[in-house]
Design a protein around this ligand. Structure first.
Ligand code: 13P
Ligand code: SF4
Length: 357
């Protein structure tokens, strides 16, 4: 039986809230459920845009129905370019909001509106505005993993797929940067570009768990393995990487590198696509427990995990979980996101796949 938590409990604890299954969906087998979702996507002129960290069943559905599975940059670009009237965003809240900011005329639905992100939660708009006010001489660059209100305060929005290129470009113009919210990604960009960057103190609860010392030991046991790292990881982990990049860049690297084994420091949801990209290769999870630790973290974003096939079926059937954004905020937030998309297009005209951080 599905256990339904009260929203107040979920709010207090951050515990994912399983949605009660609709009567029809609850009685369906997985195959029937998938077929029914496909039918409703078609009937409602809807397209599914999913992140690599979501359940394999959702990724497969997006692939099979002409949707997209990708990183946050390509998710934004795809939703913007696709003619569907309804975008179903399987990911976390900021991804749905970005889709709505860019496409106010479209209906944007999410399987679970409570799926958020520790970076977004750790950067409240009012505190961020004070930080910006205190440093008016700096160009404000925010990571996409932020609320619409934080984006509305920014000059630029970036994703991990384009962050280094954009900051390097700004630094070459002599601009000093105010960066939020991920301090690890900010530190990596600062070291890579030499830009003058003031950092907000946020972190991803999943990537922050990867442990540098234990990773060194794992590398020693697999000397031929390539190490693939998402730049939300701590510096000691990034230092050991053969490739640092967005989720798309890491999958591309898994496919193209000569190594037959890859150690991967990002959410384990990515293994589904990595294994498809390189079926003969072996993928190992980067360690999340320190020396002598009695427990390890799961290496999986619990907010991404809130996206399920049943919830997707439920929103298509009942039309709930729609994203709405205050129009004044949306208009302001659209400016730095549009700059991002224009910059990305100028870097790689005509392509959807970006990748390198
Ligand atoms: P990507 O844009 O690289 O997919 O990253 C999004 C994210 O939330 C990583 O934790
Ligand atoms: Fe946010 Fe981290 Fe989850 Fe990505 S993996 S959505 S950065 S909490």
């Amino acid at each position: 039986m599905t256990k339904v938590l009260s929203s107040s409990f979920a709010e207090k604890t951050g515990t994912p809230t399983p949605l009660a299954q609709s009567g029809t969906a609850a009685s369906m087998g997985p195959g029937e459920l998938v077929d029914d979702v496909k039918r409703m996507l078609l009937a409602q002129n809807a397209v599914l845009v999913a992140h690599y960290y979501t359940a394999a069943s959702l990724q497969d559905l997006a692939d099979e129905t002409g949707g997209l599975v990708s990183d946050s940059l390509d998710m934004a670009r795809f939703g913007h370019d696709h003619p569907a009237r309804t975008l179903i965003v399987a990911g976390v809240r900021f991804m749905g909001e970005t889709a709505k900011i860019l496409n106010p005329e479209k209906r944007v639905l999410m399987p679970d509106l409570e799926a958020t992100c520790s970076l977004d939660l750790g950067c409240p708009a009012d505190e961020f505005a004070e930080f910006c006010d205190a440093h008016p001489d700096r160009t404000v660059v925010v990571y996409a993993n932020t609320s619409a209100a934080v984006k509305a305060r920014a000059d630029w929005v970036v994703t991990s797929g384009i962050a280094v290129k954009l900051v390097r470009y700004l630094a070459q113009r002599g601009e000093k940067i105010l960066w939020a919210p991920d301090r690890y990604l900010g530190d990596y960009i600062r070291k890579t570009t030499g830009a003058d960057m003031l950092l907000w103190n946020g972190a991803c609860v999943v990537h922050e768990e990867f442990k540098a010392t234990v990773l060194r030991g794992l590398k020693a046991r697999h000397p031929d393995a390539a190490v693939l790292v998402h730049p939300e990881s701590p510096a000691g982990v990034i230092e050991q990487a053969d490739v640092v990049g967005s989720t798309t860049a890491l999958i591309d690297a898994a496919r193209s590198l000569a190594a037959n084994t890859c150690i991967v420091a990002t959410d384990k949801g990515i293994f589904h696509k990595m294994q498809q990209a390189a079926p003969d290769k072996k993928f190992l999870e980067a360690p999340t427990a320190g020396v002598g630790a009695t427990c390890e973290s799961c290496g999986h974003c619990q907010w991404m995990a809130m996206n399920t096939l049943h919830k997707l079926h439920h929103v298509l059937q009942n039309g709930g979980n729609e994203i709405f954004i205050d129009e004044a905020v949306r208009r302001r937030a659209m400016v730095p996101i549009t700059r991002l998309l224009d910059f990305a297009r100028a870097q790689h005209p005509g392509t959807l796949r970006q990748g390198a951080a």
